[in-house]
Design a protein around this ligand. Structure first.
Ligand code: AMP
Ligand code: ZN
Length: 497
């Protein structure tokens, strides 16, 4: 029997505001779309939290033996800054700053994104489409929307006509619970110069000025697509007009996802998504993590310890464990104390897991392992409740220690169930890499630092003895390995490239 059939998975649906029993459109198959990163700079740790929540959701759905098509796009074009200034396109701005082609910016930060996710043990999506690879599909969508009477051209740009959409009896604002009349009442077009009929109208296509390097030809002249459109184009292409799950951070609910609902409904006459899922924000020391405020840390800075916020380096497993101790719909605050506590917790779990392989078997069990296993599934079936699952894993830690101390007993069969369930949830579902617990990056770094410091001391001794040959040899050989010694008035330091 397939696992998913015996499960009762409930998902919180932003669209209805309820936890609903999950019913896929096609029995046994799931189409899931998650908005990917905008690759004009490095992803920060907050972005990683959102993607990690969906990584665990994907892992669990796969574990339940659903056949999942998981699409996570790369936004590599046409992302305007909030002021809507066409010449302020983030890619164009960044390419000027770094003196690179916009497509070099895209490549550089896509590679970085993948490296980060590899480090944190993410499963790749089954399709990772790019916005620039789907310009034709986006142009076709715009033509359909104009034909449907919900989009209009204005000075080489095309806008979605929110009022016309609502006049069709459709409800712009249904996802984010916004009342369209209030939206209209509360906004005015201050300068009266806008190309739009109404301030709520959003761009489907933007006319590009001659200075704008990222541009494509279209029936409305050279320009580039609006951000909301790319997700509708790619999700429809790979998952169909209506698909099961669409996810992203809750800051994307409005306007991005609201616009996707409107585009999908206007184009195809059906709601594009059955279950909308939104993750909550990562905060650091109580403040939302964001590049614009400076309250952010790059994921690898937490792993290699090179940052001003944390007193030590933390292995990616510890970061993952810390993140998953909060439910995906709750705010999660990370701090030095929270990370230290997570490290302790993870090590306790990993130690108990090792111990569980060598437990003595008995003829009877005094602990109810089958109920414990069911509680693990119940936690994940309840809207992917990872903190409750982790609490159940610690219940197993308690069991293991009791059996190890000969205070409780387990049969061979129960020990096998315990081990298999632990491995499944820790390794396969939560994505914590049990094989990689002993060699933490931080301890590797500490060892390397110790070795280099030892060589610096030997070089100091050689220099004190005027043995310049040996002192130069140490410096040059380290340099050949990418470690540069820097002599200063307070002694010798080093940097690793
Ligand atoms: P972006 O590249 O800005 O589109 O962001 C990629 C994803 O990260 C989106 O789903 C955002 O909602 C999400 N995100 C941005 N900031 C945070 C944060 N502080 N915590 C969690 N998720 C975030
Ligand atoms: Zn999107």
């Amino acid at each position: 029997m397939q696992l998913y059939k015996s499960q009762d998975l409930k998902i919180y649906n932003t669209l209805t505001g309820n936890k609903e029993v999950f019913k896929p459109i096609h029995e046994g198959n799931i189409g899931m779309y998650v908005c990917g990163p905008t690759v004009y700079s490095n992803v920060h740790l907050g972005n990683v939290r959102t993607f990690m929540s969906f990584d665990v959701i994907y892992r669990y759905l796969k574990h339940l033996e659903f056949n999942v098509r998981y699409v996570r796009n790369i936004t590599d074009a046409g992302h305007l800054t909030d002021d809507g200034d066409v010449d302020n396109d983030r890619f164009v701005k960044q390419s000027r700053l770094e003196k690179l082609e916009p497509m070099e910016i895209v490549q550089k930060y896509t590679v970085d994104f993948h490296k980060v996710l590899d480090n944190f043990n993410f499963l790749p999506p089954t399709i990772e489409p790019t916005a620039t690879g789907h310009i034709i599909e986006q142009i076709e969508l715009i033509e359909k929307l104009i034909e449907a009477g919900v989009a209009y051209e204005s000075k080489g740009s095309v806008y979605f006509d929110v009022l016309a959409y609502n006049k069709k009896g459709l409800n712009y604002g249904e996802l984010s619970n916004r009342n369209i009349d209030e939206l209209f009442a509360n906004t005015r077009d201050l300068d009266g110069q806008s190309e739009k009929k109404n301030p709520q109208d959003f761009a489907l296509w933007k006319n590009a000025s001659p200075a704008h390097i990222m541009r494509w030809n279209s029936p409305w002249g050279a320009g580039f697509p609006g951000w909301h459109l790319e997700c509708t184009a790619m999700s429809t292409k790979y998952l169909g007009e209506t698909f099961d799950i669409h996810g992203g951070g809750m800051d994307l609910k409005f306007p991005h996802h609201e616009c996707e609902v409107a585009q999908g409904k206007a184009c195809n006459g059906v709601s594009p998504v059955n279950y909308w899922m939104h993750t909550n924000m990562l905060t650091m020391n109580g403040l939302r993590m964001s590049k614009s405020t400076g309250n952010y840390i790059l994921p690898m800075e937490l792993v290699n310890g090179e940052n001003n916020f944390f007193e030590k380096a933390f292995h990616p497993n510890i970061v993952r464990f810390c993140f998953l101790q909060a439910h995906y719909r709750s705010v999660l605050d990370i701090s030095n104390d929270a990370m230290i506590a997570s490290e302790k917790g993870f090590n306790r779990l990993a130690d108990a897991y090792k111990l569980s392989k060598n437990l003595e078997t008995s003829l009877t069990s005094s602990l109810d392992i089958k109920s414990w296993k069911k509680a693990c599934y119940d936690a994940m079936n309840d809207d992917f409740n990872t903190p409750i699952l982790i609490a159940q894993l610690f219940e197993a830690v308690r069991f293991i220690n009791l059996v190890n101390d000969k205070k409780e007993t387990l049969t061979r069969e129960d020990i096998a169930i315990l081990n298999e369930t632990l491995y499944t949830f820790i390794n396969d579902v939560l994505g914590l890499n049990l094989e990689n617990t002993s060699t933490s990056v931080s301890s590797d770094n500490n060892k390397l630092e110790g070795v280099v410091n030892m060589l610096i001391e030997m070089r100091d001794e050689a220099r004190a003895n005027k043995n310049w040959g040996l002192s130069d040899e140490i410096r040059d050989k380290l340099l050949a390995l990418g470690i540069q010694l820097k002599d200063g008035k307070d002694g010798t330091g080093f940097s690793i490239n």
